[in-house]
Design a protein around this ligand. Structure first.
Ligand code: GUN
Length: 281
């Protein structure tokens, strides 16, 4: 069976919209997300546009700041500092990846934990590790909602995560561990990767290699979530070879239409959470 992110997200978006109306009545203001983009990468521009549209859809205000590639890093940092001190702003998001030459870590460090809607800050990641989550990285959080949507009890299941990025693989592994899965993380140095993937009841793939996972690597009845978004000959495809893998699975997420639409609803969820937390300080 296919897991369509849009379908899963619709429920969350409805809840956020209702809660946003309540928030606006109670605090006489709208939750507000500030988005910063540097450079002209078309994929990043599309993601940012979708994020801003998402804000409108649920009743948030949004602010967007576009900088040309080559803008001084200090100028971007000054903008973040000013947004950090702006009482109207609940969340600050810097679209990644930044163009070459920018120090991502140094720039992101200026986002206060209370406005870190991406859940990338060290203290928010620490809270996730302690199973006391505050904001959590949107993509892995979206994957958890998709797993929940299947109705399958995942406690005790073997979960294998391919990829160990700070933004997806690592928080994904933590979320699955917090949900009582037995978690294995594989990466570019893992030997005999299919020895691990063949044992996976849940397989989450986030490595950025088109069609890397093939049918022979997957256990019968597995749930496979494909986080990859690759462009091959002008067409989008995931990290999973859908045609050979899907017949073996109980559930699989397609690309496009799978994880992508979930990420935005999770971002809006995090933004509303930050807005509420700031009002209830
Ligand atoms: N680029 C790709 N995914 C993400 C994300 O979740 N957050 C940010 N800030 N940039 C991204």
């Amino acid at each position: 069976m296919l897991i369509y992110g849009k379908e899963v997200a619709a429920n969350t978006l409805e809840k956020i919209t209702v809660e946003t109306q309540r928030f606006c009545e109670k605090y006489s203001r709208k939750p507000t997300l500030a988005v910063i983009i540097v450079g002209e990468d078309p994929a990043s521009q599309t993601y940012v546009r979708n994020k801003i549209n998402g804000c409108k859809q649920v009743g948030f205000d949004s602010l967007s700041y576009e900088y040309a590639d080559g803008t001084q890093q200090e100028e971007i940092i000054e903008r973040i500092k000013s947004l950090a001190n702006d009482d109207r702003v609940d969340g600050i998001l810097v679209q990644l990846p930044l163009p070459k030459g920018y120090d991502e870590e140094k720039i992101l460090a200026n986002i206060p934990d209370s406005k870190d809607v991406d859940g990338f800050n060290a203290s928010n990641i620490g809270c996730l590790c302690l199973n006391r989550p505050r904001t959590v990285s949107c993509t892995p959080l979206g994957v958890m909602h998709m797993l929940e949507y299947t109705g399958v009890d995942i406690a005790g299941k073997n979960a294998v995560v391919l990829g160990r990025s700070n933004t997806v693989g690592k928080p994904m592994a933590m979320l699955l561990l917090n949900a009582n899965c037995t978690v294995t993380v594989c990466h570019s140095k893992t030997q005999n990767i299919s020895d691990f993937t063949k044992k996976a009841d849940i397989l989450v793939v986030a490595i950025g290699k088109p069609k890397f996972v093939t049918g022979d690597m997957v256990k019968d009845g597995a749930i496979v979530i494909d986080v990859g978004i690759n462009r091959v000959d002008g067409k989008l495809c995931g990290d999973v070879d859908f045609d050979s893998v899907s017949p073996k699975t109980s559930y699989i997420s397609p690309v496009p239409g799978g994880v992508g639409p979930m990420t935005i609803s999770m971002l809006l969820y995090n933004t509303l959470m930050c807005a509420k937390a700031r009002e209830n300080k």
